[in-house]
Design a protein around this ligand. Structure first.
Ligand SMILES: *[C@@H]1O[C@H](CO)[C@@H](O)[C@H](O)[C@H]1NC(C)=O
Ligand SMILES: *[C@@H]1O[C@H](CO)[C@@H](O)[C@H](O)[C@H]1NC(C)=O
Length: 829
């Protein structure tokens, strides 16, 4: 009992408010009732039979007016007066009354008023585990940097349990996990200290957040628990380097892919977060030139083409790309960009050596040029074939691949083609193929392989006699198909002797122009033609030459007046023609005979009666020169008549001479003639004259006949000797002897007649004929053709022959002369 009291007193001390009352009861009462009861019991719960406990009659309680006086404010207990049972009056919450005090005791007094008895009772309220542990925060947030070392402890505010004793928190539990365990220490006051201990590295990259359930359990029966969520937030540290998703990137890029083409994209990831995971890319280990060709976007990692790619510059690019995170950690990857060739390069032709010219006599296979070809593309794109465009006398030979020789393939002839443009085509094997061309201009240099060529092998030239010294006779034209010096021609004449004089005595040639000049006047009556050879010589080495024959014809000029043969001009008085009076009309009185040293028209004589005493009686045959009577002579007519006959040649201007013919009409021709003559000319001298006249007439006639005979003989001679080369010279010499008749006949046939056929023919090619315009003259041979083909030609032009009718042999003579120029001998000569 004493122990109880003492302990009661101690409690009383704590509960200062009850101290005095307690001491009073301690002194006056001698016993204390003790009960213990669980909290949270329902009202009316019987704690004990207090009457029995006190040893009192229940009726005392009833009659004595017993009641319970609680020491607190609340009346937790009451007494059933009839039964003496102590009952719970109100729910008792230990935690409310005592809090954490382990021994919770309620005190009350039982007062029996009638007997003034006071009994003290104390009721220990026993704890019932009616409160769970409660964490002050339902969510506990702990932030932990990921690199925190294991063993690090994180304190956790402990859970509260209003219960006491074993009903308070006894244990803590945490969700099973690999990173944390709980460390619970019991402190001196029996409270627990809870710590979360890191047992394994946290990796932000794996776990950024953890949720752990922390459970606090009390020791009550039944056990109650409280939970809280521990949120573990892992803080990132830059513990991760960026990582490329490939260590080597390989791409193929076609070289024609232009600027801004995205070749590839490198990607690196960094597990770190924030700046630690911000990656910038950079090219490293790359030369400047590479760096110009590719650009790296330092944010996206795209590698783009920055400059035109050229397989031929580089077919593969290798580079390293660095990725760096914000924390400075780096990693590298390798990028290999292969450039795929596209046939984008045409072949190139390099002429290593080129001859600008080859001589035309170059042998086949003569090398003209050396060349090589190149194609910067690879494979088939770089395989080249070479050829020559068109057909040319050249070909390509290839001693080595891509190396060519351009050689001649056949005979060249500068005169046919003097220059070539040789187009060489190089074509590659790509698809589509590309090609390029080179043109080699080649000149064919001249070799003196062509003779000078005269425009004609023989020329006929004409010059009118009495020319001025230095007169232009004509010109020869020669061309040479070669060029420059090989075609630079000089003309010369090949010396010979003509009529005892050297050729240069007569003519000279301008060595450049080919003009031929007369050195002195020619006289047709002296000689009519001669031939010589002109040589054209080029200046090549060796020099080449060729010959042309010039036949020069001297044409007649009307420089001779007709010469009277009958009547003799010297003694006209002597010549009188005697006409019988009985002569009828048409009686031939006389014949005027004249000759002309000229030829042709110039020697074509006509006769006209210039003056007569009786125009009605006489007439003159225009061509014959015959004086005839027009009518019969009458008695009235005078016996004497003087006729003046004019003899004109047909030259321009024409020359003329006059003949005076005296006519005496006699009655009787036989007897009275002399008489009359006597009468007329009593002078004896006259009759002598007549005699002389007759003699001279006879002489002339004989001479004429002799001439004709000689002429015929010569003609016969010439035909025999026509193969003699010097026929012309001979001819010229002999012509002196017979000049009179031959000149007459020749000129009749050729000299003057052909003048009507003179033409000027412009030369074929003015450029080639130098300064000289060639006089194309229709020569004797064309006349011959006329003679042969048109017999009427001569007949038409024959009238002059009536003056002295040409015999048949004269015709032959004419033809013979005309034929000569056409004979082969002459051409060769
Ligand atoms: C070669 O070509 C040039 C330039 O086109 C041209 O003047 C010349 O006439 C040509 N020559 C030949 C022989 O075709
Ligand atoms: C030209 O004539 C001369 C002299 O007659 C002769 O020596 C020479 O061989 C001739 N030339 C030709 C090409 O016929």
């Amino acid at each position: 009992m004493g122990f109880l009291t003492l302990s009661t007193c101690v409690v009383a001390n704590i509960q200062a408010g009850y101290l005095l009352l307690f001491l009073l009861f301690c002194n006056k009462a001698d016993s204390t009732l003790r009960y213990s009861v669980r909290e949270e019991l329902a009202k009316g719960y019987v704690v004990s039979n207090i009457a029995n406990d006190l040893g009192l009659e229940p009726k005392i309680l009833t009659e004595g007016g017993a009641h319970i006086v609680s020491e607190g404010t609340k009346q937790y207990f009451q007494i059933n007066k009839n039964t003496g049972m102590l009952l719970i009056n109100e729910r008792i919450d230990r935690e409310q009354i005592c809090g954490e005090i382990p021994n919770c005791i309620l005190y009350f007094q039982l007062v029996v008023e009638n007997t003034l008895q006071l009994f003290r009772a104390e009721v220990e309220i026993l704890d019932v585990n009616d409160n769970p542990p409660i964490f002050p925060q339902k969510e506990i947030v702990i932030t932990i940097p990921e690199q925190t070392p294991p063993g690090t402890k994180f304190s956790i505010e402990r859970a509260q349990d209003l219960d006491v004793g074993s009903n308070t928190v006894q244990n803590y539990l945490v969700t099973v996990n690999e990173h944390f365990r709980l460390d619970v220490h019991t402190l001196n006051d029996q409270s627990k200290h809870v710590e979360l201990v890191l047992v394994k590295h946290l990796d932000y990259e794996k776990t950024r957040k953890m949720s752990l359930q922390l459970t606090a359990a009390d020791g009550g029966e039944p056990q109650r628990t409280g939970t809280a969520v521990v949120q573990i937030i892992v803080l990132d540290t830059n513990d991760n380097a960026p990582i490329f998703n490939q260590s080597v990137y390989k791409v193929k890029v076609f070289e024609q892919n232009g600027k801004n083409y995205v070749a590839l994209k490198v990607t690196a990831t960094d597990l770190d977060d924030g700046p630690n995971g911000d990656i910038t890319y950079a090219l490293s280990h790359i030369s400047d030139s590479f760096g110009r060709i590719f650009k790296l976007n330092n944010k996206t990692g795209e590698i783009t083409v920055a400059e035109a790619l050229d397989f031929e510059d580089a077919s593969v690019y290798q580079m390293e790309v660095q990725a760096r995170d914000g924390g400075g950690l780096t990693s590298f990857c390798k990028v290999v960009i292969e450039i795929v060739d596209v046939n984008d390069n045409p072949p190139e032709i390099f002429l290593t050596s080129v001859r600008s010219s080859v001589p035309e006599n170059a042998l086949p296979q003569t090398v003209v040029a050396l060349l090589n070809v190149k194609d910067r593309d690879s494979g088939g794109n770089g395989d080249i074939r070479c050829s020559i465009r068109g057909t040319q006398p050249f070909k390509l030979t290839s001693p080595f691949k891509n190396f060519y020789r351009l050689v001649t393939d056949g005979q060249l002839d500068r005169e046919k083609k003097s220059a070539y443009n040789i187009t060489i085509i190089a074509i590659d094997d790509g698809s589509p193929s590309l090609s390029s061309t080179a043109v080699i201009s080649l000149e064919i240099s001249d070799i003196n392989d062509n003779l000078p060529v005269f425009t004609k092998t023989s020329y006929a030239m004409y010059i009118t006699e009495n020319n001025n010294p230095g007169a232009l006779i004509g010109c020869v034209v020669a061309t040479d198909e070669d060029t420059s010096e090989n075609a630079l021609l000089f003309f010369s004449v090949i010396e010979k002797v003509i009529n005892g004089f050297p050729l240069s005595h007569f003519i000279t040639i301008n060595s450049h122009s080919g003009n031929i000049f007369a050195v002195r006047p020619f006289d047709y009556e002296q000689f009519k033609e001669f031939a010589f050879v002109v040589q054209a010589r080029d200046s090549g080495t060796p020099t080449l030459s060729s010959n042309a024959t010039i036949k020069l014809f001297i044409t007649d000029q009307n420089d001779n007046t007709p010469t009277l043969l009958h009547p003799s001009p010297n003694d006209s008085s002597f010549s009188a023609e005697i006409v019988p009076r009985n002569a009828e009309a048409g009686y031939v009185v006389s014949k005027v005979i004249a000759v002309d040293a000229d030829s042709g028209q110039n020697a074509w004589l006509s006769f006209h009666l210039l003056k007569t005493s009786d125009p009605s009686l006489f007439s003159v045959g225009v061509h014959t020169g015959e004086i005839t009577t027009v009518r019969g002579i009458t008695e009235k007519d005078n016996n004497r008549h003087t006729l003046i006959v004019i003899v004109k040649d047909n030259g321009q201007p024409s020359l003329s001479t006059t003949a005076t013919v005296k006519v005496v009409i006699t009655e009787n021709l036989s007897g009275s003639n002399l008489e009359i003559v006597e009468e007329e000319n009593p002078d004896e001298y006259d009759s002598h004259l007549t005699l002389y006249l007759i003699i001279s007439l006879a002489v002339v006639t004989v001479l004429f006949l002799v001439s004709v005979i000689i002429l015929l003989m010569f003609k016969a001679c010439r035909i025999k000797k026509s193969s003699h080369p010097n026929v012309l010279d001979q001819n010229l010499r002999s012509s002196n002897i017979v000049s009179f008749r031959t000149s007459y006949l020749d000129s009749l046939a050729r000299g003057n007649i052909h003048q009507g056929y003179l033409q000027e023919v412009p030369s074929q090619d003015p450029a080639k004929t130098s300064s000289c315009t060639e006089k194309e003259q229709v020569g004797p041979h064309s006349l011959l053709i006329d003679l042969n083909n048109k017999n009427e030609f001569l007949q038409d032009h024959q009238p002059a022959a009536n003056a002295i009718p040409p015999s048949h042999s004269s015709y032959q003579r004419v033809q013979a002369i005309l034929t000569r120029p056409m004979s082969t001998d002459w051409q060769e000569g």
